[in-house]
Design a protein around this ligand. Structure first.
Ligand code: THU
Length: 140
């Protein structure tokens, strides 16, 4: 059971899924063969996108969600409201752990994520997150 209704009218889920699928075509994934595309919508209604970018130095590739966040920040966006991530077969792919942490910075626990389990909040995917406030609270 997801936290939000799949057909919640305020989020254009089919647009996000379609844009995410289109982004898989731009993915650079010659090593894993796993093409990933992501599309999200910001609090000002902008759609932002990203795809995974791998590297011959295997460990330094970047995920679609991380690149989406970079694209969003670089175009003036700061707050992500909803996100769809898909693999090359067009089906949702679940954000990895690092991506969950990265997304938390720009969407918080209320970020809506389209998953194979339904629409979940990032808070459901990343309970007890470490966020910006924790940095200030721990600074010496
Ligand atoms: N990948 C993503 O882009 N996002 C995720 O959340 C999971 C994994 C990418 C990384 C790598 O290029 C490929 O999928 C296989 O792990």
């Amino acid at each position: 059971m997801g936290a939000a209704d799949d057909d919640s009218p305020e989020v254009p889920w089919e647009v996000l899924r379609s844009r995410a699928r289109a982004m898989t075509e731009r993915s650079y994934a010659p090593y894993s063969g796993v093409r990933v595309g992501a599309a999200g919508i910001t609090d000002d209604g902008s759609v932002v996108e990203g795809c995974n970018v791998e590297n011959a130095s295997m460990g330094i590739g970047t995920c679609a969600e991380v690149n989406l966040c970079g694209a969003m920040v670089g175009t003036g966006g700061r707050h992500l409201v909803a996100l769809a991530v898909v693999a090359g077969d067009g089906a949702p792919i679940i954000p990895c752990g690092r991506c969950r942490q990265f997304l938390h910075e720009f969407g918080g626990s209320q970020l809506l994520v389209d998953t194979e389990y339904g629409i979940l909040t990032l808070g459901e995917l990343l309970p007890h997150p470490f966020g910006p406030d924790d940095v200030g609270a721990r600074a010496g």
